[in-house]
Design a protein around this ligand. Structure first.
Ligand code: GLU
Length: 291
């Protein structure tokens, strides 16, 4: 029988907080309960926001919490070539296109269209969809702009990808923390519009790196926060068009701050390092997050 494989995949772009502690400890608990594996993955593709100091903080906090993971730890910034190969495939198969509009261009375009009474679609995070213009640019014009060093991002042509998948997609979602039962969830990648899959200077994005790594590392159970629930629809589509295996998912509850809002990495007082310095013990952290 193959072992179940879990992973905790933080980004070193801030300090870990109670929400991360819950996610890490839940993954550990499930791996132990099933005699499975627990991997740690450092998601540091954003080389402008991720720092070695934050990464060191992650290791320090997780060791303090008593997490134990298999070595070696996969650091995404060491595998850009792997993501680039997946991107090349999407380029070859014409499932992505270079998108040249800056944030300002997008805003102006949408404002103009809304002024004329058109309702503009927004993604589940409230971000307006990318306008379709660039999808229609002639190849010659794309090449000219790229040769001229115009900034751009590779965006998924979600319609083309959905058509390529050729069937409705779904993923298996566990219904509670014990991972006792699953239900199918319809993947709705169109809700996100044409998401960014890579940037000119970084040959990947969060979505692309996650599906490539989950497949490469044989992750069978993705246990992560509810905030990523609908992003799973895009990831499911990418798995399908890249021919990658699927995992099963559990999107767990979020730990909220005293104000009832999602914790953010800039919230000092729910940061694990601050709690440790204030004398809080690791077993109290488990209790604080509801174990
Ligand atoms: N790296 C992501 C984060 O820190 C989590 C990715 C995932 O679990 O799929 O929010």
């Amino acid at each position: 029988m193959t072992l179940l494989t879990f992973r905790f995949a933080p980004s070193p772009n801030g300090e870990l907080h109670l929400g991360h502690a819950y996610s890490a400890l839940l993954n550990q608990k499930l791996a132990k309960a099933t005699a499975g594996r627990l991997l740690l993955r450092i998601e540091d593709i954003d080389t402008t926001r991720c720092t070695p100091e934050f990464e060191a903080g992650i290791f320090r906090d997780l060791r303090w919490l008593g997490l134990d993971w298999e070595e070696p730890v996969r650091r995404q910034s060491e595998h850009f070539d792997v993501y680039e190969a997946a991107l090349d495939r999407l380029i070859r198969e014409e499932l992505v296109y270079p998108a040249f509009m800056s944030r300002g261009d997008i805003r102006a375009f949408i404002a103009d269209s809304e002024k004329r009474g058109r309702h503009w679609p927004r993604d589940p995070d409230g971000v307006p969809h990318y306008p379709a213009q660039d999808k229609a640019l002639p190849i010659k014009e794309r090449k000219r702009r790229i040769a001229d060093n115009a900034p751009f991002a590779w965006r998924l042509d979600v319609e083309a990808a959905v058509a390529r998948a050729g069937k409705p997609l779904a993923w298996a979602e566990f219904t509670d923390e014990t991972l006792g039962a699953m239900r199918p969830v319809e993947a709705r990648p169109r809700d996100w519009g044409d998401v960014i899959v890579a940037r000119r200077e970084i040959p990947t994005s969060y979505h692309l790196a996650v599906v490539v790594d989950d497949a490469l590392q044989g992750i069978s159970r993705v246990v992560r926060g509810q905030d990523l629930f609908s992003a799973t629809g895009v990831q499911r589509l990418l798995q399908e068009v890249l021919g990658l295996p699927q995992s099963s998912y559990f999107h767990h509850r979020l730990i909220l701050g005293p104000d009832g809002r999602k914790l953010s990495k800039s919230l000092g007082d729910s940061g694990l390092a601050a709690l440790r310095e204030a004398g809080v013990q690791p077993n109290e952290i488990s209790r604080l997050v509801g174990f």
